[in-house]
Design a protein around this ligand. Structure first.
Ligand code: SF4
Length: 356
């Protein structure tokens, strides 16, 4: 440890900066572990601006662990619609039921016990342990990794275990044992607002005098990531079948794939849109029926590029005649009550349907 990296002094500067610059966010005014848990799960992979709206809606609908446990999966996913990473919502629901059924509705109070909850990793367990119970477990999220790796000039890849362990070790040395909760909020907030990914505000940074990355002019190359995510391309034909009585058929995604638990139209996955859509798996032959195709919609996920085209089929008879127990028959005007992936939601909002 160099003189410039006096942990106590750095910690104090970070906390003092926070006390002057903190944003006023609702989850910072509570020590309720349930509320903190919801906010932390909502905020993963999401900006505070986007997460805030979802957090408020979620807490309004499910103000405590009991109401969440007693909700249906459809209700939970509907509130999560558009936020992505739907396994987070399913895990929240599963864990709420576990807490109510197996733990008498009492939230675990130690880091070790919190880690046992489904969907709770080291970051979330540290966040709940410190914000709810004031325990000195440092949070290591993307903001903290960026700030510490720059401050210490860590040029090794931050997506490998030894580097992450080193960053967590530095964080553990830094964390204030008087105010662990405030320190964790502070270091995340500094990463988010001051030591930003692009154009960090080094001139206003309270620890700039100790910052190795600034001193060595290597800010732009830290944090360094070694693994590039390889994305696959997928092509979906969705069959939006509208019958002569105002009904359509939909399907709940139950397979272990993206968007599990959300709804879809009958789907044919193809290798590319040069392959003709074929609705025979649904139970009729679309070559004999008027079919219209939508434009192509695109959605980028962490590991996949999704391309979707919607085949709109006006069935001259009732969809009830399609005998498949997996399908749900829904009135057209009730479709908005189901939870859909973003790409289908975009289709609903789009009116540019072109002739097949
Ligand atoms: S000086 Fe700049 S790069 Fe270094 S910690 Fe502060 S904001 Fe980040």
């Amino acid at each position: 440890m160099s003189e410039d990296h006096n942990y106590k002094s750095l910690s104090k500067k970070i906390v003092n900066w926070y006390k002057k610059n903190a944003r006023n966010l609702p989850w910072r005014h509570t020590t309720d572990p349930y509320t903190i848990w919801i906010s932390e799960i909502v905020l993963q992979q999401t900006t505070v601006q986007q997460g805030l709206e979802y957090y408020n809606r979620f807490i309004k609908a499910f103000p405590d662990v009991n109401t969440l446990a007693n909700a249906s999966e459809d209700e939970v996913l509907k509130l999560w619609e558009g936020l992505g990473y739907y396994s987070r919502a399913r895990n929240l629901h599963f864990t709420a039921k576990h807490i109510c059924q197996d733990l008498d509705g009492v939230f675990p109070t130690t880091y070790k016990e919190l880690l046992k909850l489904k969907g709770v990793g080291p970051y979330t367990a540290s966040a709940i342990a410190s914000f709810a119970y004031n325990l000195p477990h440092v949070v290591v999220d993307g903001n903290v990794i960026r700030l510490i790796s720059r401050l210490w000039g860590i040029e090794e890849a931050v997506d490998i275990k030894p580097t992450l362990s080193r960053i967590a070790e530095i964080g553990t040395q830094l964390i204030s044992h008087q105010e662990p909760s405030v320190f964790n909020q502070a270091i995340m907030e500094m990463g988010a607002l001051c030591c930003t990914y692009k154009n960090p505000s080094c001139d206003k940074c309270p620890v700039s005098a100790s910052c190795v990355a600034r001193h060595n002019d290597i800010i732009a190359s830290i944090p360094y990531k070694s693994k590039k995510i390889k994305k696959s391309k997928r092509y979906f034909y969705y069959f939006h079948i509208i019958d002569n009585e105002g009904y359509t058929i939909i399907h709940k995604r139950s397979d272990k794939d993206i968007w599990q638990g959300l709804y879809k139209f009958p789907l044919q996955e193809v290798s590319g849109f040069d392959v003709d859509p074929n609705a025979s798996f649904i139970g009729f032959n679309n070559h004999d029926i008027d079919t219209y195709k939508s434009r192509i919609f695109k959605q980028t996920l962490t590991h996949q590029y999704i391309h979707a085209q919607f085949c709109i089929i006006k069935l001259p008879y009732s969809v009830a005649e399609i005998d498949n127990p997996a399908y749900i028959i829904s009135p057209n005007d009730k479709l908005s009550s189901f939870a859909w992936p973003k790409i289908i939601d975009l289709y609903f909002k789009d009116l540019s349907i072109t002739l097949f």
